[in-house]
Design a protein around this ligand. Structure first.
Ligand code: FAD
Length: 415
C-alpha cells in the first residue's frame, strides 16, 4: 500500500499501489463503528490527508440488532457491511492485521511485515473476551457455551443451540461486571430469546446470572418482562449469588457462590478488555482498557496515538456503536486541529441506546457527555429514558426508531 505511508527500516514495502503524497498521514487500526466512522469523518473534513484503514476482514459484521438474529427475527446478511464505500472516498482499506506499533518511529507493522508510517495513529480495535478471567471459560469452551458478544459465527452458534433445544429447557445467560461492551445488550438478548421461547418452546425458562446489582434501563426491562413474558425470565443479581465463578463447558454447568445451574443452552458473556493490539501498542493500562484525554482521545500513555470506541475508557460514556461513532467524529476534528498546530475544541457527545423487548416493543436511554476533571462525564439533566408507563404505540415507535438508527449509523460508517 501507500508509498506515502509505507515506512522502511527492515519492514518490507509491498502491496497494492499507493497514494504517493507528502500530505499528513493518518492511520487507523480497526474498521468497526469507531474506526470506519473516524476514517470517513477525517477524510471528509480534510480531503488532502492520506488516510489508511487497517482491517483484516473484507466485511464487517455489526453487533447491533444481532440479538434479533439469535431470536430468528432477522437474517445474518443484514448485519454485513463492506468497505467499498469507504474506499470510494479515497481512503485506503488495508486488508491486514496490525501486529505492532512502533510509537517512537511513528509506524504500524502489519502481519505481512509491511510498515506504515503515520503522523497520527487512531487505535479502534473494539474488545476481546478475557479468556483468563472466568475459570473453565476459554476459546474452546466458547464453542460449547457461546458468548455471541462479537457478531458472526458465535451469533449463529447460539441461534442453532436454541433451535435444537427441546421445549422445557433452561437457558442461562451470564453477565459480567462493568465495564463491558453494550450495557443493555444482555437484557435485550434475554427479552428476544424469551420472545422466541414463548412462541416456539413455551415451557422453557431463562435465567440471568448477573455480576451486578443493577443494570441499564432495569425498571423498563422488568416492566416489559412482566407484561410480555410473565414467569419466564428470572434475574439473579450479585447480592443473591448472581456472579458466575466457574463454568464446565462439557456439562454446560455454571457455578456461583450460592450453587450451580445446569443449562440446556448457556450464553456466557465473559469479562472483556480492549482488543489485543491496544496492549501491544502500550495504550492499555492494567485494567485492560485505554485511558484517554477526553477532549482529543489522545492516549494518556503514548503520544501521537488516539483511542476511540469500546477500547477507550470513556468515563461515564457506555461502550456502544452510537458512542463509537460520536467519539470518532469528535476525534477527527481534534486530529485535524492538532495536525494544523491548533487547539481542539472540547466536544459534547451524545449517546442513545435502543433496546428491543419484542419486535414491536422498543425502549431507549440517552445521555450527553463532556470532558470534566479529565474524564467524559454525563451532563446533568440532559439525558433520560423512555417513560415507564408508555402506551404500546410509543413502544412500537421506539422499536421502529431503533431500526432506523441502525440504518443511519451503518450508512454513515460504511455506506
Ligand atoms: P468493533 O465494532 O468491534 O470494531 C473493531 C474492529 O477492529 C473489528 O472490525 C476488528 O476486526 C478490528 N481489529 C481488531 N484488532 C485489529 C488489529 N490488530 N488490526 C486491524 N484491525 C483490528 N451498540 C449500540 O449503539 N446500539 C445497539 O443496539 C447495540 N447492540 C449491541 C448488541 C450486542 C449483542 C452487542 C454485542 C453489542 C451491541 N452494541 C450496540 C455495541 C456495539 O456493537 C459496540 O459498542 C461497537 O461495535 C464498538 O465499535 P468499535 O469500533 O469500538 O469496535
Amino acid at each position: 500500500m501507500l508509498a506515502g505511508l509505507a515506512a522502511g527500516a527492515g519492514a518490507a514495502l509491498a502491496g497494492p499501489a499507493v497514494l504517493a503524497q507528502a500530505a499528513p498521514r493518518v492511520v487507523v487500526i480497526g474498521g468497526g463503528f469507531a474506526g470506519a466512522s473516524f476514517a470517513r469523518a477525517v477524510k471528509r473534513q480534510d480531503p488532502q490527508l492520506a488516510v489508511a484503514l487497517i482491517e483484516p476482514s473484507a466485511r464487517y459484521t455489526a453487533c447491533p440488532l444481532s440479538n434479533s438474529v439469535i431470536a430468528g427475527l432477522r437474517g445474518m446478511s443484514a448485519q454485513h457491511f463492506g468497505y467499498a464505500g469507504i474506499e470510494a472516498e479515497g481512503i485506503t482499506h488495508v486488508p491486514q492485521r496490525a501486529v505492532r506499533v512502533e510509537a517512537e518511529q511513528r509506524r504500524v507493522v502489519l502481519a505481512d511485515d509491511v510498515a506504515l508510517g503515520y503522523d497520527r495513529l487512531v487505535v479502534a480495535p473494539g474488545v476481546d473476551m478475557r479468556f483468563d478471567a472466568l475459570p473453565g471459560y476459554d476459546a474452546a469452551a466458547a464453542e460449547q457455551m457461546p458468548h455471541a458478544w462479537k457478531a458472526g459465527e458465535q451469533t449463529l452458534l447460539l441461534r442453532r443451540q436454541l433451535e435444537a433445544m427441546g421445549d422445557g429447557g433452561l437457558v442461562v445467560l451470564s453477565v459480567p461486571a462493568n465495564p463491558f461492551r453494550c450495557p443493555p445488550g444482555p437484557y435485550e438478548r434475554a427479552s428476544l430469546i424469551a420472545h422466541y421461547l414463548k412462541a416456539q418452546k413455551p415451557r422453557s425458562k431463562l435465567l440471568i446470572l448477573d455480576a451486578k446489582d443493577a443494570f441499564s434501563k432495569q425498571r423498563l426491562f422488568e416492566a416489559g418482562w412482566a407484561a410480555l413474558y410473565p414467569g419466564m425470565i428470572e434475574w439473579v443479581g450479585l447480592s443473591f449469588g448472581g456472579t458466575v465463578t466457574e463454568v464446565d463447558a462439557a456439562t454446560r454447568t455454571l457455578r456461583t457462590e450460592f450453587g450451580e445451574h445446569r443449562a440446556a443452552v448457556a450464553n456466557v458473556i465473559p469479562p472483556q478488555r480492549a482488543g489485543a493490539i491496544a496492549d501491544i501498542a502500550g495504550v492499555a493500562d492494567r485494567t485492560g482498557w485505554c485511558p484517554i484525554d477526553p477532549a482529543t482521545f489522545e492516549s494518556r500513555l503514548v503520544p501521537g496515538v488516539h483511542v476511540i470506541g469500546d477500547a477507550a475508557i470513556g468515563g461515564a460514556m457506555p461502550k456502544s456503536a452510537f458512542t463509537a461513532n460520536a467519539q470518532a467524529k469528535a476525534c477527527a476534528s481534534a486530529v485535524i486541529a492538532l495536525l494544523r498546530g491548533g487547539v481542539p475544541d472540547a466536544p459534547k457527545l451524545i449517546n442513545t441506546c435502543y433496546s428491543l423487548l419484542a419486535p414491536d416493543y422498543g425502549i431507549s436511554i440517552a445521555g450527553v457527555y463532556s470532558p470534566q476533571n479529565g474524564l467524559l462525564a454525563e451532563v446533568e439533566g440532559a439525558g433520560g429514558t423512555s417513560p415507564l408507563d408508555a402506551p404500546p404505540v410509543v413502544r412500537a415507535e421506539e422499536a421502529a426508531l431503533g431500526e432506523a438508527w441502525f440504518g443511519t449509523i451503518t450508512e454513515e460508517a460504511f455506506g
